[in-house]
Ligand binder design. Structure first.
Ligand code: ADP
Length: 408
């Protein structure tokens, strides 16, 4: 049973093909620079027991329709393909960034769902239009496959009002739906489920702090398996210090920037989303580079790391207060899974909250779920690799199997 997972951006399509009978990734890739003079498709094919085979295709891809055709051709190549024909793909799972307040869980896509995603465009003007294009193109290319939307915001729709409402005039919530939505929900949900499996306890009885540290970064306070608070807000700009995003700042700063330097709203948006965070402080957004510069004695890189970890530490303290009881802290994504220094700094001085990192366990290499708190700790500190693609594929299968008349 093959499931295609798609994440469509304004000029890119990320894709993964899964064989769900064996919960295995067959291929993955990225078509990028769509609409530009020269586009690029990087395609990886995974065969069991072999190194992934990489294929790079340079070609002009004028639009997403051509992009999807190109991807389908790679997946169904008579010699090197991983599927024989289009109908082998029984469902397509789409990552949709913003489900607003309407979507609290994964849904099968129909016309009403399309128009609801369209209505949420003002909340995610950069992402939802591309997601809609992806759905339309996939539906025309795979007309017999079920199209399913998995939302990045849905997991956080359980936030109570005290956590999602901003203290600005209430009418902006009523009329314009200005509130905290939170993002990275697919990843937070994925690692929460894996934590429950690892700890051999029902998710409904677990209180967790999930820390997703990739280029974007966010945290979630998860009580009884449900998100009760999260660090990103109405947009992904809020909360933690990220690669190029500022995270929390005094909300007057953008207003002052306009006054002080005459910057336009668009320029301020660009500054806070693309030129701030680690990059803004030390000039580099990739954590590997920031760390090697710090190790070479660069003071700006050192302060960037200090600020980065201090913000996370403060949020851990806040979420311990929100959760009242804590069972585990989970680190995930590129930085969370791979950088012992950041994990150690984030948990420094938190022993009185029951949170401690064992230096040796933290440094030990490994795959899969790893426990880095000392044996017998009150709170487990875990590294759990996130797999958003597989989570979307599993959600998609769940939708397929819950349809009336589905074979069980
Ligand atoms: P995203 O999916 O948000 O684009 P990732 O989860 O891939 O991001 O995380 C990207 C970040 O993780 C970058 O800052 C990168 O430097 C860091 N990272 C990834 N792998 C490693 C590693 N092995 N060592 C140090 N940092 C890493």
């Amino acid at each position: 049973m093959k499931i295609l997972v798609i994440n469509t951006g304004s000029s890119s399509i990320k894709y993964e093909l899964f064989d769900m009978a064996h919960q295995r990734r067959l291929a993955s890739g990225l078509a990028e620079k769509i609409g530009e003079h020269m586009s690029l498709v990087t395609h990886r094919r995974f065969m069991s027991g072999e190194e992934p085979v990489l294929k790079v295709v340079d070609t002009a891809i004028p639009d997403h329709v051509k992009g999807m055709h190109c991807i389908a051709d790679l997946l169904m190549d008579p010699k090197e393909g991983v599927a024989r024909k289009r109908d082998d793909i029984v469902a397509v799972g789409h990552r949709v960034v913003h489900g607003g307040e309407r979507f609290r869980s994964t849904t099968v896509i129909d016309n009403a769902v399309m128009s609801a995603i369209r209505q949420n465009i003002p909340l995610a003007p950069l992402h939802n239009p591309s997601n809609l294009i992806g759905i339309e193109v996939a539906a025309s290319l795979f007309p017999n496959a079920l199209q399913v939307a998995v939302f990045d915001t849905a997991f956080h729709q359980t936030l109570p009002m005290r956590a999602f409402l901003y203290a600005i005039p209430f009418e902006f919530y009523e009329k314009n739906r200005v509130r905290r939505y939170g993002f990275h929900g697919i990843s937070h949900a994925c690692v929460a489920e894996e934590a429950a499996i690892y700890m051999d306890r029902p998710l409904g009885g677990l209180n967790l702090i999930a820390i997703h540290l990739g280029n974007g970064a966010s945290m979630a306070a998860i009580q009884g398996g449900k998100s009760i608070d999260t660090s990103m807000g109405m947009t992904p700009l809020a909360g933690l210090v990220m690669g190029t995003r500022s995270g929390d700042i005094d909300p007057s700063i953008p207003l002052l920037l306009g006054g002080i330097s005459g910057m336009s709203l668009k320029e301020i948006d660009e500054l806070l989303n693309r030129e701030s965070g680690l990059k803004g402080i030390c000039g580099t957004n990739d954590m590997r580079d920031v760390i090697s510069r710090m190790e070479a004695g660069d003071e700006r890189a050192a302060i960037a790391i200090d600020i980065y970890a201090y913000r996370i530490r403060k949020y851990i303290g806040a979420y311990v207060a929100a959760l009242e009881r804590l069972d585990a802290v989970v680190f995930t994504a590129g930085i969370g899974e791979n950088v012992p220094l950041i994990r150690a700094l984030c948990c420094r001085g938190l022993k009185r909250l029951g949170i401690e990192v064992d230096p040796e366990r933290n440094l030990a290499a490994g795959n899969g779920v790893r426990e880095i708190s000392p044996a017998g700790s009150e709170v487990k500190v875990l590294i759990i690799p996130t797999d958003e693609g597989l989570k979307i594929a599993r959600e998609t299968i769940r939708m397929l199997e819950s349809r009336p008349g589905a074979r069980r």
